[in-house]
Write a protein of this length. Structure first.
Length: 567
């Protein structure tokens, strides 16, 4: 159609596209320019996230002013938070049953601790509000604020510990006296520094300009390019670092076990978007498969390990068939029930699993037939290599064994992500209906995700059984599934490095706070809240696409644009 009615619209569209977004981008529905929208390139293709009129800052344009901080509102919100915490701490902290001299129970009250906890909540809540104040743009001012609030929190925490043993009056006097005398313990300085860094990072992350897409320079280094080799190098040489003993190695083995479990669950939840609350069932299947095969058939560890993974994968397929048409909360409920069914089955099938008594005397792994005996002897590892017999040899061998299994899990996952199967998982996570419309076989995609995730869980279970030499149903409760899922969510769904860091923080960090005794759960929970406020979409929230239309590498997409758990 030609004429005066058609030419202005066509000319306007052409001029708008060629202006590079100076006047705004085109509205896809009506062709009208969207104020503040980013324009297209010369080839007419917008950058990721620029279509749809996402506002972009214009050079030279003043930034929007932030409203002033409302101190009264901040104090009111902090007071409400303190009142709520007071209501929770009264039954949980204030009242405690103790054993008297004549072995009778009596009720002991701890009102000082409750008051100090409520004050700590008040100060922490108000500090968070002030730290997130939109007016503060100066990093030095942010750091000074973070240091001040961290000092107040550490002071109140010290007072709380003193009040638990010496009373409220001593709690208010002793920390101040130590501070004035300059005799503050070194541990408190480390806690103060760590809390300052956390608050400062929290403030900086909140004051960065929002960006829909974070694009790295092609060929540039990301933090993962540095952290991943660094962590790998430390893990390889950890047993030989001076000062590393039996306790540290046992803790490292435990952390690596949860890293492997987290990477296995990350296939199901992070890549395929299938919320699985019963992952501990595959962990249990792998452990019991190894124990039963080694005891009843006399098979060694290296033969039972793949069989345990195959058995767990088989149960993963059995779980996948009933939930093919489920998604979201309904899928989570069914997987939760599956985990409980496996636990109850192990508990009641006494003739096979031993019931609540479990299975003991599980065979230990060997290195090419060499036994790891504490006393040495013929055929032992120490005797073959001419070493002095030591129990630490078996611990080091188990450490490198779980490290190799975890690295195998990571390598297979990364390779599969770049294959058509991995891209099908990600398409399923983003939108199942769209994936089905594109011709993706949803049945095969879901079953492979369940099977591969379960297989790695079975490998970890077999390692757990051979390490402990004893298993029972109490080791495979729902809390294990919750911990593994929390590791995946805290690290960032779909992120391998994030899951490893989250496992180190959750499992290793819990041991760091062991010296706080009964208060460590409270401190650990507060640390988890701070981390989730700081990084609500996980420690590593960016995603690198497995395939791009331009073929260029180095683009990292923000986690805000990634659907999670909707497959």
């Amino acid at each position: 159609m030609s004429g005066p009615d058609a030419s202005p619209g066509a000319g306007g569209a052409a001029s708008n596209a060629g202006a590079g977004g100076a006047a705004g981008s085109l509205d896809p529905s009506g062709g009208a320019p969207i104020p503040g929208g980013a324009g297209h390139h010369a080839d007419g293709v917008p950058d990721p996230g620029e279509a749809g009129g996402i506002p972009r800052p214009v050079p030279g344009e003043a930034e929007p002013s932030h409203p002033p901080f409302d101190a009264l509102r901040g104090l009111r919100d902090a007071g409400l938070a303190a009142l709520v915490s007071l209501g929770l701490f009264v039954p949980l902290v204030a009242l405690r049953t103790d054993v008297g001299p004549n072995s009778s129970l009596f009720l002991r009250t701890r009102w000082a601790e409750v008051i100090l906890l409520a004050v700590l909540v008040f100060v922490g809540h108000f500090a968070l509000r002030v730290t997130l104040d939109g007016r503060a743009r100066n990093p030095a001012r942010l750091f000074l604020r973070a240091a001040g609030f961290a000092s107040a929190a550490v002071f109140l925490g010290s007072a709380m510990r003193v009040a638990a043993s010496d009373g409220l009056a001593e709690a208010l006097r002793q920390p101040a006296a130590l501070l004035l005398a300059g005799r503050v313990p070194l541990t408190l300085w480390f806690v103060l520094l760590a809390l300052t860094v956390v608050l400062f990072a929290l403030a900086l992350s909140r004051h960065r300009a929002p960006r829909a897409v974070r694009v790295a320079r092609p060929g540039g280094l990301r933090p993962s390019h540095i952290l991943a080799p660094l962590f790998l190098g430390v893990a390889v040489v950890l047993p030989f670092i001076p000062g590393i003993g039996r306790y540290e190695l046992d803790l490292a083995v435990l952390v690596l076990t949860y890293v492997m479990l987290g990477w296995g669950l990350n296939i199901v939840v992070g890549l395929a978007g299938l919320l699985d609350l019963g992952y501990v069932a595959f962990y249990a299947v792998g452990a019991y498969s190894y124990a039963l095969l080694s005891q009843h058939f006399g098979l060694n560890f290296w033969i039972c390990l793949p069989l345990a993974g195959i058995m767990a994968a088989f149960w993963g397929v059995l779980l996948g068939f009933p939930v093919l048409r489920l998604r979201g909360d309904y899928l989570a409920i069914v997987t939760l029930a599956f985990g409980e069914i496996i636990r109850v089955l192990l508990l009641n099938w006494v003739s096979l699993t031993g019931g609540p008594n479990g299975i003991s005397g599980i065979a230990r792994p060997t290195l090419f037939g060499l036994q790891f005996n504490a006393g040495g002897g013929p055929g032992s590892f120490a005797e073959f290599f001419g070493l002095e017999p030591s129990p630490i040899h078996r611990v080091i061998f188990l450490y490198y064994l779980i490290l190799a299994l975890a690295l195998l899990t990571n390598w297979v996952t990364l390779r599969l992500r770049r294959q058509p199967l991995g891209r099908a998982w990600e398409a399923l996570r983003e939108d199942e209906v769209a994936a089905r419309a594109l011709g993706i076989d949803i049945t095969v995609t879901k079953l492979t995700a369940f099977a591969l995730g379960a297989m790695f869980g079975g490998f970890a279970g077999a390692f757990f059984a051979t390490r402990q030499a004893f298993i029972s149903p109490e080791s495979f409760t729902f809390i294990e599934s919750a911990i593994i899922l929390a590791i995946v969510v805290l690290g960032g769904l779909g992120s391998q490095l994030g899951v490893a860091i989250a496992a180190l923080v959750m499992i290793g960090g819990f041991e760091v706070f062991r010296g706080l005794e009964e208060w460590r759960m409270l401190v650990f929970g507060a640390a988890m809240v701070v981390i989730m406020v700081w990084r609500p979409r996980g420690l590593v929230s960016t995603r690198t696409p497995t395939v791009t239309l331009s073929g260029r590498k180095g683009r990292a997409i923000s986690g805000d644009l990634v659907a999670e758990g909707h497959g």
